[in-house]
Design a protein around this ligand. Structure first.
Ligand SMILES: *Cc1c(COP(=O)(O)O)cnc(C)c1O
Length: 389
């Protein structure tokens, strides 16, 4: 039997995501999963309880297409209270099935085939796939280990007359970089010069550590950027409930409406009871958010100390779930192959940075480790890693 030819461009080249593949292998081998970025403990009790209550109260049928009113209002209130950004909850906010669907809706709605998208690399893997799905071209700007600073000349060179969009992520996965205000101003200036939109993925907005040299600055809060910026958030990262898949996008009403038109044919709606619980979560007092970031900071420190004490150069993240280490001194010059063999060899899973990069050569010895794990899990992971040397 022959396989029919697909005859048109598909996403087949993207295959199964490495996260799914590594996590499946890690669980089959009972390996310590420092690969995929999900916490191994539950989020705030109030948020979990609100989900149970939403089910008990009967919020179990299709929610409205743009999202439940309580969550639309909670997102608008959150943006105003934390960042001074004013939004009309009825026209400038759209609830999605995780940030992943927000990214897909926005990119599919706003790109025409041949449009260019400027992305910093390493980049979150769904960006490349979604841009390809929309027929767009990605123009990457490298951030380099270990400080990941924006190179102004490289950024300028990535813009052209075909630039339609900048797809930004701060705090950044996989590097843990928090973009400085100056860097964001530069992106903003170039976006205005080229009349480009900025889509900003801020799913780690509340996971910035107290010793970060810069706070999280939302792109939409910069002067002149509200009208050309779409901001994406997610309950998964904010409240340690990655399985809930509640995300949202906010920005100018016409752009949000365009994303809504796509979203309704991707999933129509999603996550009914969890939308109510997320609304409760976004309204919790600041100490709850601080506590989540503080716990994560302690886990970051534990993993950073452990990796450093094995002699590995690392870049200490200012936010998010991940630490990147350079394994060149261990003789690793193909981190992809090394990570592939690691679960069998040492009972640990980790992700090579090359899967987030077009220029694989420049990151060939870099490995991403997730620190959003319980202390005993981090310790066991480190113990096993030491044996993999
Ligand atoms: C986890 C993650 C997402 C996806 O968020 P979901 O709400 O789970 O869809 C998007 N962007 C980045 C940078 C992430 O790390």
């Amino acid at each position: 039997m022959t396989t029919p030819s697909l005859g048109h461009p598909t996403l087949a080249e993207f295959g199964t995501t490495i996260f799914a593949e590594r996590s499946a292998l890690a669980s089959a081998l009972d390996a310590v999963n420092l690969g995929q970025g999900f916490p191994d403990h539950d989020g705030p009790a109030e948020v979990l309880e609100a989900a149970r209550a939403a089910i008990a109260e009967g919020h179990n049928q299709y929610p409205p297409g743009i999202g439940v009113p309580a969550l639309l209002q909670a997102v608008a209130d959150h943006q105003r209270d934390w960042y001074g950004i004013d939004l009309d909850p009825t026209s400038q906010v759209l609830v999605t099935v995780g940030a992943t669907e927000a990214i897909a809706s926005v990119v599919l709605a706003l790109l025409r085939p041949g449009d260019e998208v400027v992305v910093f690399e390493p980049y979150y893997d769904s960006y490349a796939a979604t841009i390809a799905l929309a027929g767009g071209d990605r123009r990457t700007v490298p951030l380099r280990f270990p400080d990941w600073a924006v190179d102004e000349a490289a950024l300028r060179a990535a813009f052209s007359s075909r630039t339609r969009m900048v797809l930004l992520n701060s705090p950044h996965n996989p590097t843990g970089k928090v973009f400085t205000r100056d860097e964001l101003e530069l992106v903003a200036r170039l976006a205005r010069e080229h009349d480009a939109l900025v889509v900003t993925d801020e799913v780690y907005e509340h996971l910035v550590f107290t010793d970060s040299p810069t706070p999280h600055v939302p792109m939409a809060s910069l002067p002149g950027m509200h009208e050309r910026t779409l901001t994406i958030g997610s309950a998964g990262k904010t409240f340690s409930v990655t399985g809930w898949k509640v995300g949202w996008v906010s920005g100018p009403a016409d752009l949000v409406a365009a994303a809504r038109a796509v979203k309704q044919f991707l999933t129509y709606v999603g996550s009914g009871p969890f939308q109510h619980a997320t609304a409760t979560g976004l309204g919790l007092p600041r100490p709850v958010f601080d506590r989540i970031a503080a716990d994560l900071q302690a886990q970051r420190d534990r993993l950073c100390v452990g990796l450093t004490s094995m002699g590995l150069p690392i870049s200490r993240p200012d936010g998010g779930y991940f630490v990147i280490a350079d394994l060149a001194d261990w003789g690793v010059d193909d981190a992809l192959a090394w990570c592939r063999a690691l679960p069998e060899r040492a009972g640990v899973a980790a992700i090579p940075v090359s899967v987030f990069s077009d220029d694989k050569e420049s990151v060939r010895s870099l490995v991403r480790f997730a620190h959003c794990k319980r202390p005993e899990v981090l310790d066991e992971g480190l113990r096993r890693l030491a044996k993999a040397r």
